[in-house]
Design a protein around this ligand. Structure first.
Ligand SMILES: C[S@@+](CC[C@H](N)C(=O)[O-])C[C@H]1O[C@@H](n2cnc3c(N)ncnc32)[C@H](O)[C@@H]1O
Length: 491
C-alpha cells in the first residue's frame, strides 16, 4: 500500500499530515450494523447483503469494493445461526483470511518513501509483549501458538475507528500507523475519515523521526495511575511520560477545593483507603505512592502480572492506612493556611464516594443520566476542586446528557466549566477540545448569542484545522458553514 507519506528530512509544522493509510483489516462495530455501511462506514440508508444477510452496504459501489474481502466471509457467515458475532472474532477471521491469502508476507504499508511495515513486522516487533500476554492470559486457553500470537498482535496494534464525533464505530489494524508509540502528552494525533486513518503533527518538529512521534492510545481524562494501569493491562508497558510524572496532574486529580473562596490551591485529602495516583519506577521497581504520602515498592514484573490489583489488601494492611484517623485532622491548605475540620472532610469524602459510584455505573452505559449527573454535581459544588478528574468526568457526562434532552441553558453552564478541564487533561491541541468548542458554539448560535458563538467557533477552527485538516468533513461540512452562518447573522 503506497500511503500518503511525508519527506523525513525537512522540518514539520504543527498541523501537517504525516501519514494517511487504509486498514490491513477492519470491522464495523456490531452495535452499528444496519446503521452504517460495512465498507465506507458512512451513516446512511443501507441494504443487507443478500448472501449472508449480515453485513450492510450503502450501494453497489461499496458492495463491489468490499467483495474481495467479503467473499470468503460471506460463505462462512451463511453457515452461522444465530448471527451474533463478536467484533473480535470477526476481525480475527478477517486477519486469518488475509494471512491465508499470503498478504502477511507481501503487503507493504509505507510510513516514508522507502520504509514500510508488513504484518510479519508486527509479529516480530511486539515479541516481548506477545510472550508476556501468552503467559499471563492465553497459556491455558490457546495452545495453538500461531493463533494466540495473532490475537496478541491484534490486541496491541488495533485502532478504534472513530466517527466525526469521536465515538467508536469500529476496529482496524493499520500496519504503518502501528509503528507509533504512546504518550499521554502526545506530539501527534490520529483522526479518521471513514476507515482512512490520518496522523498529524500537533507540535513543530525539526524532522520526521518515527521514533519520536507519540500518539495517545487511551482516553486521557483519568488520573496518571488509571492511565498507567490501563496501558499496563492492555499494552504491557508502564507509562513514564512527562504528563504521568507531572506533579500538577497528581496534585489536582483527586483534589478538594480550598474552603477559602479566594484560594484555588488544590487540597489533597485521602478519601479512599489504598487510593494511588501514580506509579513511579525507582531503581527498576514500581513505587506506588499512596495518597497519604506513604509508599511501598513492588517489582515491575510482578506488577504487570498482577495487573496492579492483586496486592491491594496486603498494601492496605501493611500501611495501616485508615481514613478518619491522624492524617485527617492536619489537613490544611499549603497556600493560605485554611484548615479543614472533620465535617468538611466528611463532606468531601462523601462527594467523592458518591461520584465514584455513579461514574462507574455510567461508564458502560451508552447514555448518561441528567438527574444522576446533576445530583453528583450538587454534591461536588464548592467541595471538589474545579480540575478534580471526577468532577471533570461528571461534567463531561452531564454536558452530553443535557444535549440529548435539549436543555441548552444548563448545557452552556457545564460547557464553561468543562473547557478548563479539557485543557488540563487533554491539552490545548486535542480533537476533543476542538469538538467541545464546536458543540458549545452550536448551542450559542441556536441561542443567538452570536459574538460568543463566533469566538468559540474560532477556537474550534484553530484546533480542528491542526488536528483534522481543512479537507476533513468535520472541518469542511460542519465547522466552516457554522462560521459563515455566525458571521452572516452577526452582521
Ligand atoms: C502499537 S505498538 C507501537 C510500536 C512498537 N514500538 C513497535 O515497534 O512495534 C504498541 C507497543 O509499543 C510499546 N510502547 C508503546 N508506547 C510505549 C511507551 N511510551 N513506552 C514503552 N513502550 C511503549 C508497547 O510495548 C506497546 O505494546
Amino acid at each position: 500500500m503506497r500511503n500518503k507519506t511525508r519527506k523525513t528530512d525537512s522540518a514539520i509544522k504543527a498541523g501537517e499530515l504525516i501519514l494517511t493509510e487504509q486498514p490491513f483489516v477492519f470491522v464495523l462495530s456490531s452495535k452499528e450494523q444496519g446503521n452504517r455501511c460495512d465498507n465506507c462506514l458512512e451513516k446512511v440508508k443501507v441494504l443487507k447483503c443478500s448472501g449472508c444477510q449480515f453485513v450492510h452496504y450503502c450501494g453497489r459501489v461499496c458492495q463491489r469494493d468490499a467483495w474481495g474481502d467479503h467473499k470468503w466471509e460471506c460463505a462462512n457467515l451463511k453457515r452461522i445461526a444465530p448471527k451474533v458475532i463478536p467484533d473480535g472474532a470477526r476481525i480475527m477471521a478477517k486477519i486469518i483470511n488475509r494471512l491465508n491469502r499470503g498478504d502477511g508476507h507481501t503487503l507493504r504499508s509505507f510510513y516514508s518513501a522507502t520504509s514500510f511495515r508488513m504484518w510479519k513486522d508486527l509479529m516480530s516487533r511486539n515479541y516481548f509483549c506477545v510472550i508476556l500476554l501468552l503467559v499471563v492470559f492465553f497459556f491455558n486457553l490457546l495452545r495453538k501458538r500461531p493463533l494466540s500470537m495473532t490475537i496478541s498482535v491484534m490486541a496491541i496494534n488495533s485502532f478504534m475507528i472513530l466517527d466525526i464525533d469521536m465515538n467508536s464505530i469500529g476496529t482496524g489494524i493499520y500496519l504503518a500507523s502501528s509503528i507509533v508509540d504512546h504518550s499521554c502528552n502526545p506530539n501527534a494525533v490520529v483522526t479518521f475519515d471513514g476507515k482512512t486513518i490520518s496522523i498529524r503533527a500537533i507540535r513543530d518538529m525539526t524532522c520526521l523521526d518515527w521514533n519520536q512521534i507519540r500518539i495517545s492510545y487511551i482516553d486521557l481524562m483519568k488520573t496518571p495511575y488509571e492511565r498507567q494501569t490501563e496501558l499496563l493491562n492492555n499494552y504491557y508497558f508502564l507509562c513514564q511520560c512527562d504528563r504521568c510524572m507531572d506533579e500538577n496532574q497528581i496534585k489536582y486529580a483527586h483534589a478538594a477545593k480550598c474552603l477559602n473562596d479566594n484560594c484555588d490551591n488544590p487540597i489533597n485529602i485521602p478519601w479512599k483507603a489504598n487510593c494511588q495516583l501514580v506509579r513511579k519506577l525507582e531503581n527498576g521497581k514500581v513505587n506506588n505512592t499512596l495518597q497519604d504520602g506513604s509508599s511501598h515498592e513492588q517489582n515491575g514484573v510482578d506488577e504487570i502480572q498482577n495487573g496492579g490489583h492483586a496486592n491491594n489488601e496486603e498494601i492496605n494492611n501493611k500501611n495501616g492506612f485508615n481514613i478518619g484517623e491522624s492524617t485527617l485532622d492536619v489537613v490544611k491548605c499549603k497556600e493560605c493556611g485554611t484548615k479543614f475540620d472533620e465535617k468538611h472532610i466528611e463532606t468531601f469524602v462523601k462527594a467523592m464516594e458518591v461520584t465514584h459510584g455513579h461514574l462507574q455505573s455510567m461508564s458502560g452505559a451508552s447514555v448518561a443520566y441528567v438527574d444522576v449527573c446533576k445530583y453528583c454535581l450538587e454534591k461536588q459544588e464548592g467541595v471538589l476542586h474545579p480540575l478534580n478528574v471526577m468532577h471533570a468526568q461528571t461534567l463531561d457526562h452531564a454536558f452530553d446528557a443535557l444535549i440529548q434532552v435539549q436543555l441548552w441553558e444548563k448545557a452552556c453552564v457545564y460547557a464553561e466549566k468543562l473547557i478548563p478541564c479539557f485543557r488540563f487533561y487533554y491539552g490545548d491541541r486535542n480533537p476533543l477540545l476542538g469538538l467541545l468548542y464546536l458543540k458549545y458554539a452550536k448551542i450559542l448560535l441556536y441561542k443567538m448569542d452570536l459574538n460568543k458563538a463566533l469566538t468559540h467557533l474560532k477556537q474550534a477552527e484553530k484546533i480542528l484545522k491542526m488536528t483534522h485538516g481543512e479537507k476533513h468533513p468535520l472541518y469542511r461540512e460542519q465547522l466552516v458553514p457554522l462560521i459563515q452562518q455566525a458571521m452572516i447573522e452577526s452582521n
